[in-house]
Design a protein around this ligand. Structure first.
Ligand code: ADP
Ligand code: MG
Length: 248
């Protein structure tokens, strides 16, 4: 074990000759909470697609815990321990949060390794523990269709955590959330980062400031710069391509 949960070497993803990802090199330590930002079209979603096996690299490779993911299906990659939260919540609206979480726990085919994995105190894998973590204890038994957009996002994050992934990929978790829900989502991701590696793609700068330790800025399919929020915010190249423009 080299301490890296994710290593991406010289990754290129082309669509009909257009390089959405262009020679991207990136790595992330086990247990890290990393935020990836970048203007629209920078390649952020494609970057996640290449990690989860939704698209195959044209060049380069993706290593998860040292293992090359080349040629593996999305399902196999998910079973290896990479969980992805999509932008739109995918919960069963006619079931309750408790029932949604029970389903996710039951479909976890990795129970055996989970049982013997040393578990951080903060990590609660029981359904009630998960309900508490995502702040939905008092709505555990109402139909999920009645939850707010933010609450549905937290439920889906809980459903991912139920499958005990080592690496959580989260694409724009606060789009469309209220300010209060945004802060609570930040708290949730910070607390999950105590027991998981978490990679968050985000647009909302205030939110990034709340959660970010290390920030990676993508531009035109490659890494433009990396550092703390203060470092990247003061980088002239970043100001030019991203922060200098009005937010959208
Ligand atoms: P971001 O998430 O940073 O906004 P994307 O990864 O969605 O950026 O897209 C990066 C670039 O790749 C964009 O120019 C987009 O139009 C292009 N792109 C993404 N997916 C495809 C695809 N399936 N076919 C062709 N072009 C694509
Ligand atoms: Mg995107």
């Amino acid at each position: 074990m080299n301490g890296k949960v994710l290593e991406i070497e010289n990754l290129t993803v082309s669509f009909d000759g257009f390089k959405a990802i262009n020679g991207l090199t990136f790595s992330m330590n086990t247990g890290e909470l990393r935020v990836v930002i970048g203007p629209n079209g920078a390649g952020k979603t494609t970057f996640l697609d290449a990690i989860t096996g939704k698209v195959q690299p044209t060049e380069g490779r993706v290593l998860f815990k040292g293992r090359n993911l080349r040629g593996l299906s999305e399902d196999s990659i998910s079973r290896l321990g990479i969980g992805r939260k999509f932008q739109t919540p995918r919960v069963f609206l006619n079931l309750t949060p408790r029932e949604n979480l029970e389903l996710s726990c039951n479909t976890n085919k990795n129970v055996f390794p989970t049982l013997f994995k040393p578990t951080a105190v903060a990590e609660k894998r029981t359904v009630s523990g998960l309900l508490e973590t995502i702040g939905l204890m008092n709505k555990a038994d109402v139909s999920a269709g009645l939850l707010s957009h933010g609450e549905k996002q937290w439920l889906e994050i809980g459903m991912l955590v139920a499958q005990s992934p080592d690496l959580l990929l989260v694409d724009e978790p606060v789009a469309g959330l209220t300010d209060e829900e945004t802060v609570l989502t930040g708290d949730l991701l910070i607390s999950l980062a105590q027991s998981h590696s978490v990679l968050v793609i985000e647009h909302d700068m205030e939110f990034v400031r709340q959660i970010a330790q290390q920030v990676t800025v993508l531009h035109q399919g490659a890494v433009l710069c990396e550092g703390t929020m203060d470092e990247v915010q003061n980088d002239d190249r970043v100001i030019e391509v991203y922060l200098g423009k009005p937010e959208d």
